[in-house]
Design a protein around this ligand. Structure first.
Ligand SMILES: C[S@@+](CC[C@H](N)C(=O)[O-])C[C@H]1O[C@@H](n2cnc3c(N)ncnc32)[C@H](O)[C@@H]1O
Length: 264
């Protein structure tokens, strides 16, 4: 099983909730489960996306699968008000053993942490009903562009991505979703991109996303410091660089994630 880049401390668990709020308007316009009843969410974390899905689709029952009991414990608390519509299973996504079949699957920011993620897509098939909807949102970290070019931020970002690879993850897994879904034997595969292209024409959003990005970058810091990949000083310099971009009159901040639709 791959080690987990972000860790399970309370600050990180809160970051996932904040992240779901900040990026929600970018993720959900292309996701519609209104004709579905039983959704399997793989790598559900603390239930941040689960809460959005339960609100958006009032007929949906969701089974949350995560391999961290600590994440699921937090998810149980976060989703207390939906207790009749949600259940939790602590399991490795590559060794699923589920009690029923589902008419839809949702995966968000989870395959990036799993080595050989195609095995997850293959393994989940036996728990899906014919015609089940598959909806995946994943990172494509090579798409990140920022201006002005600041070497410390650049170095930190490279170290962050290389560290994720060293843990068995893939920071560009989003770009590969089409091929992976095909290899897993799915049909109706469609890919699309979402994200941001920000500059000083929209300074409020630029600042908001840069603040979010800082938290995202810091979420890998503990593990990277422990592994001797970066120092505390470099974390502070990375934050300073991001503050500098937010103020720069020629600032550009661009990132695209990938969303995949498929059918069993
Ligand atoms: C970045 S979090 C995303 C959580 C949630 N999807 C969200 O968007 O808020 C990734 C989650 O995947 C879980 N995870 C990583 N590898 C896993 C595996 N092999 N099996 C099950 N869960 C896994 C982690 O425990 C973590 O909760």
């Amino acid at each position: 099983m791959s080690k987990y880049l972000h860790g399970f401390i309370p600050e990180e668990q809160q970051r996932l909730i904040d992240q779901a709020g900040i990026l929600g308007s970018l993720i959900y316009p292309r996701i519609d489960f209104s004709d579905c009843n039983h959704l399997l969410e793989i790598g559900s974390g603390v239930g941040a996306q689960t809460a959005v899905l339960l609100k958006l689709f009032p007929d949906l029952h969701i089974t949350c699968v995560d391999y961290s009991e600590s994440q699921l414990e937090k998810a149980r608390k976060n989703l207390e008000q939906y207790s009749t519509r949600v259940s939790f299973i602590c399991q490795d996504a590559k060794q699923l053993q589920l009690p029923r079949k589902y008419d839809c699957v949702f995966i968000c920011w989870a395959l990036e942490h799993i080595s050989e993620p195609v095995e997850v897509l293959k393994g989940m098939k036996k728990y899906l009903l014919p015609g089940a909807k598959i909806r995946i949102t994943e990172v494509f970290n090579s798409s990140f562009f920022f201006f002005p070019v600041l070497p410390t931020l650049q170095q930190y970002y490279c170290a962050y991505n290389e560290f994720q690879v060293s843990l068995g993850g893939d920071p560009d897994v989003g770009a590969k979703l089409g091929n992976m879904l095909k290899e897993a034997g799915n049909t109706g595969i469609e890919l699309s991109h979402g994200g941001f292209h920000l500059d000083q024409t929209n300074p409020d959003d630029l600042r908001k996303i840069i603040t979010y990005w800082k938290e995202l970058m810091k979420s890998g810091a503990n593990a990277m410091i422990q592994a001797g990949v970066i120092s505390k000083k470099e974390v502070i310099s990375m934050e300073n660089d991001l503050d500098q971009i937010a103020k720069d009159e020629n600032a550009v901040f661009f990132y695209q994630f990938v969303q995949a639709k498929a059918t069993l």
